[in-house]
Design a protein around this ligand. Structure first.
Ligand SMILES: [Zn+2]
Length: 319
């Protein structure tokens, strides 16, 4: 990621727990509908559990550095798919070859879908690659792992709800530049590939908004309003944060971020980046478990869970 015109965005195993399991009984859902036998019945509706997210973060860090094309990112991809499956969510890999300044790199996004009442889609996204460093060991506890961890936990929570919109969870490969500096097209490989593919196959039309998470785990979390993001989406999320008492974390200060949301914005998709780029451990060996915490994951998770219905309301009222 890049500030100025810029950007940047974890795992193991959290055992499948009992609060999310389907029962075989047919029972009325929240909206009074009777679900067919075999459809998941979830009660009570789970809330975002920062501790579960933390376990996803730790699991990722335990894999070591996870740059695009590495064996470790392949392990991470398996972890992501496995954890989604444990939450009852189907996922698929979207593989592609990226042409980078360091040659061709095999990459793959992970796309998971939680069907809603409508086919229109809200995409929640995070990059899961870590920046390539040869001079030190970079584990990306914040930059890569934190938002990926939150996205996995968001999937568990949202899967247990009846959502108005279909929700896609998008785990993006190749956000980080392969070269030391963020320049030109040497970044956002996964998001650009996803958007290009969706434009070609026509699926972009049903994509109504993107909420991107990136670097949300640092201890002194301060998330500024990104001027590149779509104002109505920023207003909804910052409004929810204020009502939940997180106005100090979701600051009204402005910043300008280049990140995985840019290809979506260029394609006409409303998008918001929830990111704290201005932390001292960014792209340093100190981006480790010592500098991230559960509280920050919990704050962002609670805000996004509460914002989803408001985003749905706004989108569905436009039609
Ligand atoms: Zn980064």
């Amino acid at each position: 990621m890049l500030v100025g015109a810029f950007l940047v965005p974890a795992l193991s195993f959290v055992a499948a727990c009992g609060d999310n399991q389907a029962t075989a009984m047919a029972a009325p859902t929240k909206d009074g509908r009777v679900a067919p036998t075999g459809e998941a019945q979830i009660a009570p509706t789970p809330s975002f559990d920062g501790k579960r997210a933390w376990e996803h973060l730790r699991a990722q860090v335990a894999l070591g550095p996870r740059p695009s094309g590495s064996p470790a990112i392949g392990e991470l991809r398996k972890y992501i798919v496995g954890q989604l499956k444990a939450s009852g969510i189907d996922a698929k890999e979207q593989g592609f070859i990226a042409m980078t300044p360091l040659g061709e790199v095999s990459m793959a996004n992970v796309i998971a879908t939680i069907p809603g009442r409508r086919p229109d889609r809200l995409v929640l996204a995070s990059h899961f690659d870590t920046k390539l460093y040869r001079e030190f060991r970079f584990v990306g506890a914040n930059d890569g792992a934190s938002s990926t961890a939150a996205l996995l936990e968001l999937g568990r929570v949202l899967k247990a709800r009846q959502n108005e919109l279909t929700i896609d969870l998008l785990f993006l490969d190749g956000e980080e530049a392969r070269m030391p500096e963020w320049r030109g097209n040497d970044n956002t490989y996964g998001s650009r590939h996803y958007v290009q593919t969706a434009q070609k196959d026509g699926s972009l039309k049903s994509l109504r908004a993107l909420v991107l998470l990136d670097m949300i785990g640092d201890r002194d979390l301060l998330i500024k309003r990104d001027s590149n993001s779509t104002p109505w989406l920023v207003d909804i999320i910052w409004g929810v944060a204020g009502r939940l008492g997180h106005g100090a974390t979701f600051s009204n200060q402005l910043t300008v971020i280049e990140d995985d949301h840019i290809p979506f914005l260029r394609a006409g998709v409303p998008a918001v980046d929830i990111i704290d780029l201005e932390n001292p451990t960014w792209h340093t060996p100190q981006d480790d478990l010592e500098h991230v915490n559960v509280k920050s994951l919990q704050t962002v998770g609670d805000v996004v869970v509460a914002a989803v219905p408001e985003i749905e309301k706004r989108i569905t009222s436009q039609r």
